[in-house]
Design a binder for this molecule. Structure first.
Ligand code: SF4
Ligand code: SF4
Length: 445
């Protein structure tokens, strides 16, 4: 029997609920205004280049990367800068944001707006990395790490394989699935661009076996593109984590505190590879992305191509509006996403989905005491002891949390999901991670 590959340590099987999987990508109509935060990535916020009253075009740079780990921000619309102010974003914090009133839809003339597939890659590897940097591309799987940084391999290190994440293991989300089905050739060219930038001859695309249409389609077209293989993976959460995907595909382990490049791998998401195609072959900066809008109580579910800065409330309105019995709206997947306190927040580069849950679905179950069943230990994909970290977090014993490798926690939520006592383990583990990070930073200063 042909056993499907997967990662070895831990993992859970939440209900998939991919109810928007058959909804083709639709272009969301232009909003009346967009609010574009200058911090949509890991790293320094970008430096604002425009002022109130300025006219901007689609694709125009409006905030410039403020360091190596930072990213340019481009206008997603044409219109007038209405304000520059601290505005609430999906994290619940206020961030410097450029709000633009939409007037028409005038694009920068340098952007190739045709749908022609451009296969020939003319830029050198250095120029590819430069273009990706200029285009403001960050990891679109949710991590939002600037992509040019991942492609700039430090001296002494070498990548031998590029790994492409088409796993989409979070329940409900389907934006990557649709992209693989509808933009397969663009994705393949994007992967070849990334291979050229990294100087590797092999790329492996990992896709969970609950997307057989995407696996079959990409396997067929991969024959046209040298060095790209498509692998079906067993369905198991959190396979979309970098370390889990590397283990599943090439059976290598990233050491604690290490990076994929330490073991010769670089991982990019399918959405990122598509954005790379558009930046390099079409000169199009990252100012729109596919966002799944879903939930069992929504009148309709959808996968929208959305201009960055569009309000989440506009997306929900397009999907039929917020039902009366809404209990919770989540930005991202149900396992790792964050509940929104307000839907009047902008879609950013890291927004993969918006899920609307009914009241009864969103209620936390009543907690009881830990029964020492060790389930949380057996399912933790990072080999941690969540029950212990939870206890240490409650008691604020942060030095011990550091010794117990709390920083290795990838916040996948599997422990809270599986705990029969319904303990919100991740809440205290997150708190501990934040405190331990602070302590480590203060030690360095
Ligand atoms: S949230 Fe952290 S501790 Fe819990 S299972 Fe995931 S990696 Fe382990
Ligand atoms: S899964 Fe829950 S009940 Fe079981 S050991 Fe872990 S914390 Fe305790």
């Amino acid at each position: 029997m042909n056993m499907l590959k997967t990662f070895s340590k831990g993992g859970v099987h939440p209900s998939e609920n991919k109810i928007s999987a058959n909804r083709s990508i639709e272009i969301l109509p232009l909003p009346q205004k967009v609010s574009i935060p200058v911090s949509q990535h890991i790293g320094a916020p970008a430096t604002i280049l425009v002022a109130k009253g300025d006219k901007v075009k689609v694709g125009q740079i409006i905030a410039q990367s403020a360091g190596f780990v930072s990213a340019n921000i481009h206008s997603s619309v044409s219109g007038t800068v209405e304000s520059i102010d601290a505005v609430l974003d999906s994290s619940g914090y206020k961030r410097q944001t450029i709000t633009i009133t939409v007037e028409g839809d005038e694009w920068e003339s340098s952007i190739d707006r045709t749908t022609d597939l451009k296969k020939d890659i003319q830029l050198t590897s250095q120029d590819i990395i430069k273009r990706i940097n200029e285009a403001g591309i960050v990891g679109l799987g949710g991590a939002t790490f600037p992509s040019h940084v991942k492609l700039s391999v430090p001296s002494g290190k070498k990548a031998d394989v590029l790994i492409i994440n088409g796993v989409e293991c979070e329940p409900y989300l389907t934006s990557d699935h649709r992209l693989m089905l509808e933009k397969g050739h663009e994705l393949m060219v994007g992967i070849q661009i990334l291979m050229k930038a990294l100087n590797v001859s092999k790329a492996l695309i990992g896709i969970e076996n609950n997307k057989p249409d995407a696996i079959n389609y990409l396997k067929i077209i991969a024959g046209e593109y040298k060095g790209i293989e498509v692998h079906a993976l067993k369905v198991k959460y959190p396979q979309g984590g970098e370390k889990q995907l590397i283990k599943a595909l090439v059976n290598r382990e990233v050491p604690s505190g290490g990076l994929p490049i330490d073991i010769g791998t670089v991982v990019h998401n399918v959405g990122t590879a598509f954005a790379v195609y558009e930046a390099v072959q079409k000169n199009k900066p990252l100012f729109e992305r596919v966002v799944t809008v879903t939930g069992k109580i929504l009148p309709r579910t959808a996968n929208y191509m959305v201009r960055i800065g569009t309000s989440v409330s506009d997306l929900i309105a397009a999907a039929g509006g917020l039902p009366e019995d809404t209990g919770k709206v989540v930005n991202g997947g149900p396992m790792m996403g964050k509940a929104l306190v307000n839907t009047d927040v902008p879609v950013t580069k890291g927004t993969s989905g918006i899920i609307v849950f009914q009241s009864k679905e969103s209620k936390r179950k009543t907690e009881s005491v830990c029964i020492r069943c060790a389930k949380c230990v057996s399912i933790c994909p990072m080999g941690l002891e969540p029950y212990l970290l939870n206890k240490l977090g409650q008691q604020m014993i942060f030095d011990r949390m550091e010794q117990e490798n709390v920083l290795d926690c990838m916040e996948c939520g599997s422990c809270s999901f599986e705990c029969p006592a319904h303990l919100p383990l991740l809440d205290y583990i997150r708190l501990g991670k934040a405190e331990v990070s602070k302590i480590i930073r203060s030690r360095k200063n």
